[in-house]
Design a protein around this ligand. Structure first.
Ligand SMILES: NC(=O)c1ccc[n+]([C@@H]2O[C@H](COP(=O)([O-])OP(=O)(O)OC[C@H]3O[C@@H](n4cnc5c(N)ncnc54)[C@H](OP(=O)(O)O)[C@@H]3O)[C@@H](O)[C@H]2O)c1
Length: 290
């Protein structure tokens, strides 16, 4: 069993390998296992000790970090080790839905293991980036016991609560925003480039006032607590504005489906407003309360 500063990492994709590197840099002895050879070889090249089997990897240390594509992968992997996980703490750093995570936590508990959810809210695999965070949920006492280890991985660790699903709620909400942001930004770049305008100039404008986005986030968050932003005039203006983006994109052959989807939310909010005789914000449509 483990000495101090000794840990197992299972799952050696980009995030698993970044995790291994952070631990090795901090002086940890790291045992690793991966489903396929390339990840294992890459981690071994960093200085980790490859285990021949999952059973060997789990037995090597009291704490096992998982970095897998989803929670389903955890079952297939850990079923290759003895069913009794008494004395083992599993910290699953993989992304998944809150309910899948709660089921995973219960599955580990049934086998006698302790479980923490760790959701990497990171700047890709740059774990030491100042903006990288780890959202943790599960028993506070278990978090506190593992705090030093977790703080080795990223500059900031947030324990969000005892509910194992909670770290995923915050992570997936952030990811929802991030996916939409990246895709809409690519759409904007495509419009600029296809129009023969200058991408660098656009980026200079787009990044000029980041505090503007922060202001909108705070304002919309306050509005959400009151039921959402927008009266009928606002919603009509946004619907018409979305049409202008669609027309601009189509004039230069850029796909406008993203904006059509967004415009559809304004349409649904306007239809609901008309049906109920009072303004129904997009937020209420999203909440399924229109
Ligand atoms: N990349 C990021 O920027 C980022 C940031 C935050 C969070 N995350 C999350 O971190 C987790 C790991 O991400 P990642 O970027 O390293 O790559 P990934 O492609 O999501 O996961 C790769 C790892 O999962 C393993 N795997 C996939 N299917 C498996 C299965 N059925 N059984 C056993 N192992 C399986 C892979 O093994 P093989 O090598 O054998 O294929 C590899 O070790 C994911 O949940 C991801 O969403 C990623």
């Amino acid at each position: 069993m483990s000495a101090n500063k000794s840990v197992t990492v299972i799952g050696l994709g980009p995030m698993g390998r970044a995790t291994v590197k952070a631990l090795l840099d901090a002086g940890y002895d790291v045992t690793v296992w991966n489903r396929s050879r390339p990840g294992l070889d890459a981690a071994a090249a960093l200085g980790a000790r490859p285990a021949a089997t999952v059973a060997e990897a789990v037995a090597a240390n009291d704490t096992v970090l998982l970095s897998l594509i989803h929670y389903d992968a955890m079952y297939g992997v850990l079923e290759q080790a003895p069913a009794d996980l008494t004395g083992t703490t599993v910290v699953n750093l993989s992304s998944d839905s809150p309910d899948n995570t709660r089921k995973g936590a219960a599955w580990v508990a049934e086998r006698g293991g302790a479980f923490l959810t760790g959701a990497y809210m990171t700047q890709s695999d740059d774990l030491h980036h100042a903006a990288s965070r780890l959202y943790v949920s599960g028993p506070k006492a278990l978090h506190d016991t593992n705090r030093t280890l977790l703080e080795t991985l990223v500059p900031t660790v947030h324990h969000l609560g005892e509910d194992h699903g909670l770290a995923q709620v915050y992570y997936q909400a952030g990811l929802a925003q991030f996916h939409a942001f990246l895709t809409s930004f690519e759409q904007a770049l495509a419009i600029v480039e296809a129009s023969g305008a200058d991408i660098d100039r656009f980026v200079a404008f787009a990044t000029e006032s980041p505090e503007s986005n922060v202001d909108f986030m705070r304002y919309f968050a306050e509005s959400a607590k009151q039921g959402g932003w927008g009266d009928t005039a606002n919603l009509k203006m946004m619907h018409a504005g979305a049409q202008h983006v669609i027309d601009t994109a189509e004039e230069v052959g850029v796909d406008a489906d993203l904006t059509r989807t967004i415009q559809d939310y304004y349409r649904r909010a306007l239809d609901a407003s008309e049906a109920t005789g009072q303004a129904v914000p997009v937020y209420r449509v999203l909440r399924g309360k229109a």
